[in-house]
Design a protein around this ligand. Structure first.
Ligand SMILES: *Cc1c(COP(=O)(O)O)cnc(C)c1O
Length: 400
């Protein structure tokens, strides 16, 4: 697809044409475990990779390939490979490049599952994991300069939407000969393109914004062909393959990616601004607010500030317990990035594994609420929050 085609058009058209069949205008869901050949020489040529084609469903699938190509083109990458979940994309990528004795530098605020890989599984393999304070660029640079195989970043982070300067970290990584990987789930390719900022590999939990309808799990990795093919090989053997039905649902969801994300950017900004005016709200975390400590970096590297924000309320868990059930237009659930607004306390969602003391050390108050803005009409979202705040029992206000 031509370079100057815009993102909204790419989201709709990219990656599909090659997989169409029977004159259908939509990509088919190819539910076939294997692919048959009458010509033994042709079968061999496909099997050894000399000729395009499919052999076995654990390796490749036409529906999955359309999904991979759509994400690849949106991220401006050379190559892409898909996985059963976002965590499979992360674990397979790390598993491909990290060996016993290696060192990886990352941040303290990565997604909970990623953090578990860093604190539980990689140390078991004698891999040295260094986790720096998120947003402390000097500390990350100093650790990277000591030498590391991988620099792993996520920005914005979960749930306090901290921002790391991607271009600066890519330079630090390059200087140290490290592979720089960014989890771009929160930003989506609509708001942020880390490859263009100099990183080596970008991955997504497609389960979130890419799919956008909370009905399919998936993960995807994009970057240079040489690197992604290594991870593809690890994945085809280890088996965390994306299911064709999920690929279809994700593809269909992605057609509206730009529309959805633009609306979510707008809604999140307006909700964040509204929350700043509410007495019982202590802090609002959103990279689009000028009060955000890294608003300038976000402005520089993002074309939209995303659909994710969080806020803390006076009265902590007690207030959360009364407030969230009152919301009519929000799911109280663990996922994010869907067309519906989704809310949840961090102590139940992203940081459920931590003790209250650990959460406090990470700057996550017990009364922190994560808010994933949906694509509803903004008047209704704010109206819903207003009525929920107004219905809080009087003793909440007198006790805080
Ligand atoms: C959800 C999420 C993941 C994990 O994705 P799954 O599809 O649930 O495995 C990884 N990174 C981020 C930032 C996420 O939000």
């Amino acid at each position: 697809m031509k370079k100057d085609i815009r993102m909204g058009t790419k989201a709709i058209w990219a990656g599909e044409k090659e997989q169409l069949a029977f004159g259908a205008t939509q990509v088919p869901v190819v539910h076939s475990v294997s692919y048959g050949y009458e010509d033994m020489d042709e079968w061999y040529e496909v099997a050894v990779g000399n000729k395009k084609g499919h052999i076995y469903g654990r390796n490749t699938n036409p529906t999955v390939e359309a999904f991979e190509n759509k994400v690849r083109i949106l991220e401006g990458a050379e190559h892409a490979t898909a996985f059963s979940t976002g965590m499979a994309a992360i674990s397979n990528t790390l598993g491909t490049f990290l060996f016993p004795g290696d060192r990886i530098v990352s941040i303290k605020d990565t997604y909970g599952g990623t953090n578990k890989i860093f604190t539980e599984f990689l140390p078991q393999l004698n891999i040295d994991v260094v986790l720096c304070d998120t947003g402390d660029h000097e500390a990350i640079e100093a650790e990277v300069a000591k030498g590391c195989k991988v620099l792993y970043l996520e920005t914005p982070t979960n749930p306090t939407v901290k921002i790391t300067d991607i271009a600066r970290m890519a330079r630090a990584g390059k200087k140290a000969g490290a592979l720089v990987i960014v989890d771009n789930t929160f930003a989506t390719p609509i708001n942020q393109n880390p490859l263009a900022l100099g990183v080596d590999l970008v991955l997504h939990s497609a389960t979130k914004f890419l799919g956008g309808h909370a009905d399919a799990l998936g993960g995807v990795l994009v970057g240079a062909k040489e690197l992604v093919e290594k991870v593809y090989h690890y994945r085809e053997i280890n088996g965390a393959t994306m299911d064709p039905m999920s690929a279809y649902l994700l593809l269909r969801g992605m057609k509206t990616l730009k529309l959805r994300v633009e609306r979510q950017n707008e809604n999140a900004m307006k909700v964040a601004e509204y929350l700043q005016s509410v007495d019982i709200v202590d802090d609002v975390f959103y990279p689009g607010l000028e009060t955000h400590p890294h608003h300038d970096i976000a402005k520089e590297q993002m074309s939209g500030f995303g659909g994710m924000l969080s806020f803390s309320v006076k009265g902590g868990v007690d207030t959360v317990r009364h407030l969230l059930p009152k919301l009519e237009f929000a799911n109280r659930a663990a996922n994010l990035g869907s067309v519906e607004t989704i809310v949840g306390p961090s102590r139940t969602t992203s940081h459920v594994e931590c003790t209250p003391e650990e959460r406090a050390a990470m700057g996550i108050p017990e009364g922190l609420i994560r808010y994933s803005a949906g694509i509803e009409d903004i008047e209704d979202l704010i109206g819903d929050l207003e009525q929920a705040f107004q219905s809080l029992p009087k003793e909440i206000f007198t006790s805080v």
